[in-house]
Structures are given as structure tokens and as C-alpha cells.
Design a protein around this ligand. Structure first.
Ligand code: HEC
Length: 310
């Protein structure tokens, strides 16, 4: 007997291991029609439906038979000149069956003779409805074991989690592939008053609450400096502004947005900041840092030289 138990345990463990391996890759719902367990589930579902239908029909028949019996008993009572006493109803009998309770008048029969301050102990049966519910959970457990651990038609929680993660990764890859990220070359960045980029940048500015520190109009407040004047702590011009927003000045309270934003968003919001230049909002914060004087473009210098040498 011990051997049987051991081999059964080994079988269960092995099938559980197989189940866990395969559940991550493919489960019943991925391809129910071709799943090897499909016929079993289909047949059991059919059997269940048929059973329910048979039961419904049987109950209906019983009702009809009962009505006929009642009628004939009434007739008989009338013939014999007795008063007709109806039998207990179906529901009354059902409730008696389900609860299996002993009527109060017969309690003496099941009295165990233990009396505590007038509280007596009765030897009642467990209510059958409760027992059947309990057996039901055992049956359910067996079905669960087969479906989840042996045939592995459905994934366990960890399998479900892995699948969802894998699916999300797949979708993220697809999304990335369908909209390739704009590559921003920081060193070749040039500011143009591109209305579309500036509009996107404004939504980044609003969406990331830059205004809590720099004021909604960029005029600056106690925390953040004025972004609309020509004075800059970290240098003006699109390249400096881009790099300040990307890398932040963390020790001074300006977050490094490059960690949480795509470089496209940093570019867009940098364009928006640049577009605020000279807007002179009312009560703007006093200038901080140095006045920024744009450098001459390297290319322009070269071309001047070439022209001069000509
Ligand atoms: C938590 C407050 C805070 C938030 C939010 C914040 N900043 Fe700043 N920012 C600062 C502070 C403080 C400085 C000044 C750093 C220094 O003194 O070095 C600064 C500096 C800057 C500068 C450089 C100013 C200069 O004079 O060189 C730019 C540009 C800037 N922030 C843009 C932004 C943008 C764009 C956002 C939103 C994406 C943002 N900031 C959100 C606090 C903040």
C-alpha cells in the first residue's frame, strides 16, 4: 500500500512539474479546439447539461404525479366520508431531507443525558446539505487538481502572471516597432519656432507640473528661476536648456527629467522653454545667473574665413 501511495505522489509531482513548464507557453484558452483535453471537457460539459435537463424533466414529472395522487386521495377521502389531510408539501419534505432535523416532539430520543443549567446536548446529525457541500468541495478539489496540475489546461497564478508579462512585453515591442523613437542628437540641436513642437512641449510642461516650481507662465517663483529672461544659471540656448532639463540640477531642486522622459519630450519642452524668451510675464522673478550671449556658429566663422581668404 505504501508503494502505491509513493508512486502516486511521484506521478503527481512529475505531472505538476510538466504542467508548470508548459503552462507558461501554451494554455487551454490559446487554442481550445486543438487542446488534447478538449474532448474530455466537452464530453463532461455535455454530460452535465444532460444531467441538469434530465433532473428538470424528472422534477416536472414528479410534480404532475403528485398532483394526480393528491387528486385521487381527495376523491378517495370524499368517497369514504373522511376529512382529507394533505401530505406534507414537496418543499416541506425537501427541507426535512436537507436538514435531517429531529422534530421537537421527538427530542427525547436523541437526548444524550448531558444537562448544563437546562441546556441539553442532543445527538443531531450533521445537516445533509452541509455534508454534501463538503463532499462537493472534495470533488471540486479533484477536478481542480486534474485541470490545473495534471493536464495543465489552465495556468497556475504564476503562469498567468508570466503570460501577462510576456504579452505586455510583446505588445510594447510591437508598439515600439510601429512608432520608432525619434533620435535626438543633442549636439546638433537647433531651436526653431516650430509651432507643433512648441505645442507638444507646452503639454509636457503642464503635464509634468514644471509650473509648480517655475510658475505656469515660466516667470519663476521662490523655488525655480525665471525661464523667460536672458539670464541663465546653467547657460541659455537650446543645447544648454536641453541638457539642464535632461540632467537637472538635482542638489538645487531641479529634477533630472531625462530619467523619466523620452529625449523627444525633453527636446519638445526645451523648445517650449525657448519660446518663452522675452515674454516678460507680470511679477517675474528677478534675473539669476549670467546674461546669455549666443555664440557665433562654428560653420559661419569658417565660411567667413574662406570668404576672407578669397
Ligand atoms: C521641484 C521643483 C522644480 C520642478 C518641478 C522643475 N524645476 Fe526646473 N528648476 C528648478 C530649480 C530649483 C532650478 C534652478 C537650479 C539651480 O539653481 O541650479 C531649475 C532650473 C531649470 C532650468 C535652468 C534655468 C537656468 O537659469 O539655467 C530650466 C531650463 C528648467 N528648470 C526647466 C524645467 C522644466 C522644463 C521643468 C518641467 C519638465 C522643470 N524645470 C521642473 C526646480 C524645478
Amino acid at each position: 500500500m505504501k508503494k502505491v501511495y509513493m508512486s502516486l505522489a511521484a506521478f503527481l509531482m512529475a505531472s505538476a512539474a510538466i504542467a508548470q513548464e508548459s503552462s507558461v507557453t501554451k494554455t487551454f484558452w490559446d487554442d481550445p479546439i486543438n487542446d488534447p483535453m478538449m474532448p474530455v471537457y466537452a464530453v463532461s460539459t455535455m454530460v452535465f447539461i444532460v444531467l441538469v435537463l434530465v433532473l428538470a424533466v424528472a422534477l416536472y414529472m414528479v410534480r404532475i404525479v403528485n398532483i394526480l395522487i393528491e387528486q385521487s386521495e381527495k376523491d378517495k377521502a370524499a368517497q369514504e366520508g373522511r376529512v382529507y389531510v394533505p401530505r406534507p408539501s414537496f418543499w416541506g419534505r425537501l427541507s426535512q431531507k436537507l436538514n435531517d432535523s429531529v422534530p421537537v416532539s421527538q427530542e427525547e430520543d436523541i437526548d444524550l443525558g448531558h444537562n448544563f443549567d437546562g441546556i441539553r446536548e442532543l445527538d443531531n446529525h450533521l445537516p445533509p446539505w452541509w455534508k454534501w457541500l463538503f463532499y462537493g468541495t472534495i470533488g471540486w478539489g479533484a477536478v481542480y487538481l486534474v485541470v490545473y496540475h495534471i493536464s495543465a489546461s489552465f495556468p497556475l497564478s504564476i503562469g498567468e502572471y508570466d503570460r501577462e508579462i510576456a504579452l505586455a512585453h510583446e505588445q510594447a515591442e510591437k508598439r515600439k516597432a510601429s512608432q520608432p523613437a525619434v533620435v535626438i542628437d543633442e549636439n546638433a540641436l537647433k531651436y526653431t519656432a516650430d509651432a507643433a513642437i512648441i505645442a507638444k512641449g507646452k503639454s509636457v510642461f503642464v503635464g509634468n507640473n514644471c509650473g509648480t516650481c517655475h510658475r505656469a507662465d515660466g516667470g519663476g517663483n521662490t523655488i525655480g528661476p525665471n525661464l523667460t529672461d536672458e539670464f541663465w544659471i546653467h547657460g541659455g540656448g537650446i543645447k544648454n536648456v536641453f541638457s539642464t532639463i535632461k540632467n537637472g540640477a538635482v542638489e538645487k531642486g531641479m529634477p533630472a527629467w531625462g530619467k523619466s522622459m523620452s529625449s523627444e519630450d525633453v527636446r519638445n519642452v526645451a523648445f517650449y522653454v525657448m519660446s518663452l524668451q522675452g515674454t516678460k510675464p507680470a511679477n517675474g522673478k528677478a534675473p539669476q545667473g549670467d546674461k546669455y550671449i549666443p555664440e557665433k556658429e562654428a560653420v559661419a566663422v569658417d565660411s567667413v574665413k574662406t570668404q576672407a581668404s578669397l
